[in-house]
Design a protein around this ligand. Sequence first.
Ligand code: GLU
Length: 464
Amino acid sequence: MTVVRTRFAPSPTGFIHLGNIRSALYPWAYARSKGGQFILRIEDTDLERSSQEAVDVILQGMRWLGLEPDEGPFYQMQRMDRYRAVLAQLIEKDWVYPCYMSVQTLDELREAQMKAKVKPRYDGTWRPEPGKVLPPVPEGVKPVLRFKNPLGGVVRWDDKVKGTIEIANAELDDLVIARPDGTPTYNFCVVVDDIDMAITHVIRGDDHVNNTPRQINIFKALGVEPPVYAHLPTVLNEQGEKLSKRNGAKAVTQYEAEGYLPKAMINYLSRLGWSHGDDEIFSVEQFLAWFDLDHLGRSAAQFDEAKLKWVNQQHMKMLSGDELAEVVKPFLVKLSVVTDARLPAICQLFKDRCDTLVVLAQWVLGFYHPVDVPALELEKHMTPAAKEAIAILASTLSARDEAEWDAAHLGLDLKEVLSKTGLKMPQLAMPVRVLLLGTAQTPSLDAVLSLFRKEDVLKALSKS
Ligand code: GLU
């Protein structure tokens, strides 16, 4: 059996967003699930629009998500000699001819065709045919090279997403495969690469469907069997437009900065165009065990940030305090928090309230740096009776031995204050929470108190 080899072939012409990265996730998953190889190829031949920053975002995003290639990155710009060599083979085999039609004439031709309501296409003026007399070669003009697309018949492939697709060769004109300066063009480079890299399955966005019959014809001219194709439907943004940088799509790396877990991203992205029954929350291992090309969706998937947050929250809940402490650390460093042994327990206590690591880091922050107490919130909860109770609480807590600074003992202290003052727990707990963490909504107060240092609690209560 042939080994499955897939590839991700991004053009580094803009910051890679979630729609793009899904085109990395599926080929990666397919290769992994079949024990095959996944190759990264950077299609950087558009020199004007390609940038190193965009390459860096691709590499960083893939590393973050764990979509590590087995081979590559290969850069098309570094393979020009190879493309020229294959071009020479095609010339040798008479699959290519020079075309001297000027840009102006081509434009005129296109305009006339559009007026006549026919599909704009090159008319074959320079295509040599037996018995045909070609126009005289204009002086000083460097020709482009065109591929002799077969004139009759159809190109057919069984697309793993779209089913059988059939295009008549009559619909396809003779593609330019080399520019006047000899540099090869996009569709040709892709075919040479897919051949050299022994790609068995091309899984890519369906904006490439139109290129596929042309690429298949070049494969055939080179005597190579084309790979299996799977063209993924578009990812739409929340407004129902195609996800793109121009209409607000974020770079993949932005989600790292916003505190999403890579495994939650994989979980969420995997379902933008593929499903496994009704399963919503699963691990990367489960995804790899389940993924196949037979359950790819045909309709466009819509990105939904609220759903992504929900998925992230579910994955955060599944992590232990220790695991969360590890992944939240970089966010705490950014907040200049120097943590200590309390961190895992704080993460454990607050994880159910967080949908990103940024939110978790904000909670943790309150345990290490005094919060700004919001005046309005304090006013709302700080009744004269509460103020009195807090003074009693402060003295009770200051008498509490450090060795007994735990939720159970602190719970007893709270109860004692309540019985002394006749207040109900919320009347005391709400203002204390506001003083400690800036908000009245926190987990149970005894647990919260136990994770604060005694001296910090006493300092915060003195602000009442
Ligand atoms: N470079 C192309 C793109 O970024 C992908 C080409 C392909 O996958 O064949 O859209």
